[in-house]
Design a binder for this molecule. Structure first.
Ligand SMILES: [Zn+2]
Length: 164
């Protein structure tokens, strides 16, 4: 079976289509997705679901991976933990916002979600290529939704938000 890393390459698309079945959520994963989306601002949730519907309805895209929400609301404490990553703690920098500064810290309803892709082998991908394809669908669904991959400096490709 192809590794997650291989499938991140744009050229892997055709092979993936031949070799794979579309990834599906387990009932437990589906419940988690429902709970996370329930935290989101209604217009953000609607845009995500419309994009998800288009993605899942596309015979090519659906085989590349299934969009999933990895996080919506995030407590200020958890935000501070993430901020420490790449600074006082090991790991790459994942945020420039302290607790209370991120749109993830608002609500619920929360005007920010982070997205990744469930692959057919059960692994999770943050492929920039897949995220940019999905971002096009989300922005087409509702122009109020901004994609972190469009930001000029720190490109936060998993991130979608409705600015305050
Ligand atoms: Zn985010």
């Amino acid at each position: 079976m192809e590794s997650a890393n291989t499938s991140l390459r744009p050229t892997a698309g055709a092979a993936a289509v031949q070799a794979r079945v579309a990834p599906k959520l387990t009932p437990k994963q589906a419940a988690t997705q429902f709970a996370r989306l329930a935290e989101a601002l209604p217009c953000l949730r609607a845009a995500y679901l419309e994009a998800l519907g288009r993605w899942s309805g596309d015979p090519v895209l659906q085989l590349l991976g299934l969009p999933i929400v990895t996080e919506c609301y995030r407590s200020p404490e958890r935000q501070n933990e993430l901020y420490a990553q790449g600074r006082s703690k090991p790991g790459p920098v994942v945020t420039y916002k302290l607790g209370g500064q991120s749109n993830h810290n608002i609500g619920p309803p929360t005007p920010a979600i982070d997205v990744a892709f469930l692959l057919a082998d059960g692994s999770v991908s943050w492929s920039g290529l897949l995220l940019s394809k999905f971002a096009r669908l989300v922005k087409a669904a509702d122009a109020r939704v901004h994609w972190g991959g469009d930001w000029p400096k720190f490109k936060d490709r998993p991130h979608f938000e409705v600015p305050r």
